[in-house]
Design a protein around this ligand. Structure first.
Ligand code: FPP
Length: 239
């Protein structure tokens, strides 16, 4: 049976957890887990695109991840270069549109260069919106949005009485639909400061597989489960 459009997941967000544990279980350093995880970004982005997802937002680095060892942070900062070095041509060909959310200005200059180049090369594409959350924190995003809104009020550009939709224009996800489905891998059941505003009515799925083990088959299963759910957005089920 044809799936109705409203049942489909337009915006999928993923917390890619468990790289470290996956590596440890194989007797490898944590960085090997991040490398496998970075390759899986390509695999899952392609699968999500083929399964009809329009926006895929991936949590690559949180505002709290700076607390990790210097070695691990340095490695994570180099990963966008590794990922896009290998796959940017393919992403361009597939029509992916790359974007970033997070305080990108605070990243190492080389990381910024790689990210900006990927955004620039895909800016005219109209396919999958692959949105990377990097140096991102949901609370910080809302505070920054409130600051910008307050400035606009002080400068007389906007009034005090605004709608949720108007406030959304100040968020880093401006122009994107809110999240339909949030998946977290590796068995943890936490939100970890991710897309706090945008997940207001998202469905949640917590899967046991670590991120490097999260295959297109698991994604397909998650999306099928999502499509079977009854989303009411605070309303009442139709009798
Ligand atoms: C969480 O696993 C994962 C991260 C903090 C990094 C996620 C980054 C990637 C998957 C690859 C980079 C992606 C891009 C787009 C360049 P963890 O290290 O917390 O795992 P653990 O809980 O088992 O320790």
């Amino acid at each position: 049976m044809e799936k109705t459009e409203e049942k489909k997941c337009r915006h999928l967000a993923i917390i890619m957890d468990g790289n470290g544990r996956w590596a440890k279980a194989q007797g490898k350093p944590r960085t090997a887990g991040h490398l496998a995880g970075s390759d899986n970004v390509r695999t899952i982005a392609i699968a999500a695109d083929e399964l009809g997802v329009k926006y895929l937002t991936l949590y690559a680095f949180s505002t709290e991840n700076w607390k990790r060892s210097e070695n691990e942070v340095n490695y994570l900062m180099k990963l966008p270069g590794v990922l896009f070095g290998k796959y940017i041509d393919e992403f361009v060909e597939r029509g992916f549109h790359l974007s970033m959310i997070g305080e990108v200005d605070a990243l190492p200059k080389e990381t910024q260069k790689v990210l900006n180049n990927a955004v620039e090369r895909t800016k005219n594409n109209t396919g999958l919106n692959l949105n990377i959350a990097i140096n991102y924190g949901g609370q910080r995003e809302i505070v920054l949005a409130a600051e910008k809104y307050a400035k606009d009020v002080l400068d007389g550009r906007i009034g005090l009485d605004i709608t949720n939709e108007q406030f959304e224009q100040y968020l880093m996800t401006k122009g994107m639909p809110n999240v339909d489905l949030l998946i977290r891998t590796s068995g943890e059941m936490r939100i970890s400061n991710y897309l706090l505003w945008q997940i207001a009515y998202a469905e949640m799925e917590f899967v046991p597989e670590s991120w490097p083990e999260f295959t297109p088959e698991v994604l397909d299963r998650c999306l099928a489960e999502f499509e079977g759910r009854d989303r009411r957005f605070g309303g009442v089920k139709n009798e």
